[in-house]
Write a protein that binds this ligand. Sequence first.
Ligand code: FDA
Length: 400
Amino acid sequence: MSTRPDITETFDALVLGAGAAGLFYGARAGESGHRVLVVDHAAKPAEKVRISGGGRCNFTNIHTKPENFLSANPHFARSALARYTPQDFIDRLACHDIRWHEKTLGQLFCDGRSGAIIDMLVGELREAGGELRLDTSIADITKTADGFRVETSGNTIECRRLVIATGGLSIPKMGATGLAYDVARQFGHAVIEPRPALVPFVFEGREKTDFASISGLACAVEARNARAAFEEALLFTHRGLSGPAILQISSYWANGEPIVIDLLRSQDAVRALTGFKADHPKKSLASALEILLPNRLVGLLIARGEIPDIPRLADMSHVAIREVVEKLSAWTIKPAGTEGWRTAEVTAGGVDTDGLSSKTMESRSVPGLFFIGECVDVTGWLGGYNFQWAWASAAAAAQA
Ligand code: FDA
């Protein structure tokens, strides 16, 4: 015999997932007079906000444009992003006296801990009359005549609107699940195959050992493939390559593909090396390259036979210098894979936007069913774009 109390509660909106998008939606819908309940299976809300940005939450990017997002439909995010801008979120922080600073490339971080943003999100939800219920898992969802019935580990909840904000698959240790995709499929929505994004590359064999030998070394590069190019830092690690340039290009990478690293960026390397040769003809190519690149990296590239070991620059022709520069401007490597869901910052792919309204995030086929945040097939670049999508998609759904 079941001991579970069988009290059915009714809400205007039930939000599954108390992360960035779910909490933000809850507060906005509550302010519009809706009775809202936000549930989460975790013991604490918005844990990804807490750890984001090294504990200081890179909460938006002032240069946010639709072009900073990947999606099977690149236009889908346009409407929501235009209607809820980075400035709107900045204005909200001002009301809560949360101070921030721009770190680089338009990325805004809290001056203090990211917990201040969680306090703001939870505080605004409660002020708007919304409820937050943690440690609550979802057992079953069914459609009713005028809404949905959701069986939770606590009780049964009926609602007119069901808002799915349970995020993607990144970092299962933090409670990530594929619930959003299961619900989408249950109600006839397509799901674009989810894959780890903003994730370090791993290598095998000789490359793994070589990169590990200079792990911790960072340098400014351009990482590119046929679809995208990013000028940022690259970091050698014990398992392969990381750093912002690598995380960014990983979102555009498919298994088995090579990536091209421009180790010289826009430096006029031919002129620099030719000038060095004129001044120091008896010095080696390695010492000349050290004016352009970290010396441990130069040593590694020579040891790997990627550039020649030339003891005297006087012996190098102009053509040979050009060849070295061309090699370093298009250093081509083939990752064995990525670190996967364990460390991926986000999930690319997700609920197919074809089935959703870009104005409201509502299902086109099931009225009252909404998908917001990372579970949707909209994935931002590194640098605050993913939180901006969480706020903007939540605001769009709450305005519906
Ligand atoms: P989010 O994942 O935040 O929330 C989903 C919620 O649903 C969670 O609370 C989870 O417990 C709950 N849930 C999941 N399955 C459930 C189930 N079956 N039942 C009940 N509840 C369930 N972005 C950015 O813009 N700037 C940054 O600085 C960073 N930094 C960063 C660092 C790290 C380490 C990671 C992993 C990610 C980032 N991100 C980021 C990405 C950002 O955190 C992410 O895009 C947003 O948190 C997505 O918000 P959502 O609300 O959609 O999902």
